[in-house]
Design a protein around this ligand. Structure first.
Ligand code: ADP
Ligand code: MG
Length: 545
């Protein structure tokens, strides 16, 4: 069959451009990415062959092999895993399926600073394309397990790629890198040298559960021990971090590592990570979530939604449950009692890790909050079991200072006569601060929480109190500010004006009241205690309701 030349999707092309001109300082990691993909492909094949007895696939010696040629200046990474069909090659290699690519590219173009660009690339992780940091041509040959024909894909990373059918492809995938000539003289970046390859594998891929061999040798380069099954004391931070990068496809070290082991009636091990950076799709509807599920070291699924609640969708890692069936479906998992028990424990553990972090390292916790705080607030809506813990984890802006405050600290600053925790929701800090509602509170020295996230509108409706103190919006109903009741003579004096205003505005307002809450403004509009707020109204309108 003849070869076809196809164009990369526009965004892919731009990203490739960046990789070709290599702005990432640690080029070694391209190999980690290829091995990570090969390992995933072997996991998928093993699972498939366990579930589908009809599958005609060779699973005798599943492994990854690496071959170098100093003479041709090539490096080949081969696996005999699941492989790809032609359509899959076009879909998976020719396009970047990741949501948020456009956003990433926009940020990259805007940033002049090379270090910032690197960080963006690292945050996004670009998997297969990282090969173009070290290669000026990449050839991929693949055959999907169970299919007869194979596919050959080749590209120089410059806008187009060639694709053709091949008859003699072995099962699985091989990726050959034609190494850039400019790295040839550079010992540190000579990826056609065996010692260099050994070093990189040991450093970044030691925990990979499949043997990684150098061509012609039987001895694996990696120790292959499932990291989560090893005692915590024997695993170094660096090993944890590399494992995190493998499961998360992130290039940045995680913020926190959680290693758990449960024995007894339902045994499992869990190795969870809290990332340092939010992925671009964290707040997108189709964003991925969840950890990987293994059963006794056998990979079962990615993005296992049953194990973590939606609001903890940023948590990455692995859960290895010992007593599940291998062909368990997502639907059954959602119902499984034991999985629900595990999930409850994981949630408690993640939240207690965050609580500890908040107590021990406020600055680091602040970093977490900036990335994931909005997601955590969603937990206030549906995780009633952990509501109190979540409330303690909140960091909120307030009129007290430009720093964020916890609810507990707010309470400790409450004035003696103050019964309620005051807040106001709105679109921005400035808008809330300059609202007429705020005047009396500021004048009297009451602190008010400034809630400007759209999700704030929703949780304040559900949470009525904290530590026995009611949460009270200063923009709703009658707020009792103590002493300054309007005097009877004042009420009398203003009665004709109120009546007149009430008649004039009867189309627009329910009632015109004399108020003690203003100091300099003449009037303000107040919502009923049960009315929805203007921001919420806008949110609902935007959602088409
Ligand atoms: P990611 O691994 O984050 O999904 P990559 O760019 O590394 O992104 O790979 C893109 C996709 O290409 C993978 O998700 C996988 O479906 C497919 N792929 C890459 N390498 C292989 C391989 N060796 N075998 C089978 N599929 C592969
Ligand atoms: Mg990958």
């Amino acid at each position: 069959m003849s070869s076809e030349t196809l164009e990369f999707q526009a965004e892919t092309r731009q990203l490739l451009q960046l990789m070709v001109h290599s702005i990432y300082s640690n080029k070694d990691i391209f190999l980690r990415e290829l091995i990570s993909n090969a390992s995933d492909a072997l996991d998928k094949l093993r699972l498939q062959s366990l579930i589908d007895k009809e599958l005609v696939a060779d699973t005798d010696d599943l492994h990854i092999s690496l071959a170098v040629s100093a003479e041709d200046r090539t490096l080949t990474v081969r696996d005999n895993g699941i492989g790809m069909s032609r359509d899959e090659v076009v879909e998976l290699i020719g396009t970047i399926a990741k949501s948020g690519t456009a956003e990433l590219l926009r940020k990259m173009r805007e940033s002049k600073d090379a270090a910032a660009k690197q960080e963006l690339i690292g945050q996004f992780g670009v998997g297969f394309y990282s090969t173009f940091m070290v290669a000026d041509k990449v050839t991929l040959v693949t055959r999907r397990a169970g299919e007869t024909g194979g596919t050959r894909w080749e590209s120089t990373g410059e806008g187009t790629y060639q694709i053709e059918a091949v008859d003699d492809a072995p099962q699985g995938t091989s990726v050959t890198l034609h190494l850039k000539p400019e790295d040839a003289e550079d010992q540190l970046h000579d990826y056609s040298a065996e010692w260099k390859i050994r070093e990189i594998v040991k450093r970044y891929s030691d925990f990979i559960a499949w043997p990684i061999r150098l061509d012609g040798s039987e001895a694996p380069l990696n120790s292959m021990k499932a990291l989560w099954a090893r005692p915590r004391s024997e695993v170094s931070d660096e090993e944890y971090h590399e494992f995190y990068k493998h499961v998360s496809h992130d290039w940045t070290d995680p913020l926190e590592t959680i290693h758990m082991k449960a024995e007894g009636t339902f045994e499992y091990e869990a190795l969870l990570f809290i990332p340092s950076r939010a992925p671009f799709d964290l707040y997108m509807r189709d964003g991925k979530r969840g950890v990987q599920l293994y059963v006794k070291r056998v990979f079962i699924m990615d993005d296992c939604e049953a194990l973590t609640p939606q609001y903890l969708r940023f948590v990455k890692g692995v859960v290895d449950a010992h007593d599940l069936s291998l062909n368990i479906s997502r639907e059954i998992l959602q119902q499984d009692r034991q999985i629900q028990v595990v999930r409850r424990r994981l949630v408690k553990k993640v939240l207690s890790t965050l609580s500890e972090l908040r107590e021990k390292d406020a600055e680091k916790y602040r970093g977490f909050w900036d990335e994931f705080g909005r997601a955590l607030k969603e937990g206030l809506l549906d995780d009633t079991d952990n509501r109190d813990t979540l409330l303690d984890l909140l960091l909120l802006p307030s009129t007290a200072s430009s720093e964020l405050t916890t609810l507990r600290d707010y309470v400790s600053r409450m004035k003696e006569d103050q019964k309620d925790i005051y807040y106001m929701t709105g679109e921005s800090r400035a808008m809330v601060e300059h609202s007429p509602h705020m005047e009396a509170f500021l004048a009297k020295g009451y602190e008010v929480l400034i809630l400007t996230d759209p999700v704030d509108e929703v949780w304040v409706e559900r949470i009525t109190e904290f530590d026995g103190k009611p949460l009270q919006s200063i923009a709703k109903g009658q707020v009792d500010l103590g002493a300054s009741e309007t005097a009877p003579e004042q009420r009398e004096e203003f009665a004709p004006l109120l009546t007149w205003l009430g008649e004039k505005l009867q189309e627009d307002v329910k009632e015109v009241r004399l108020s003690s809450r203003l100091t300099t403004s003449a009037a303000c509009i107040v919502g009923d205690a049960h009315d929805i707020t203007p921001t919420l109204e806008k949110m609902y309108r935007a959602m088409g309701q």
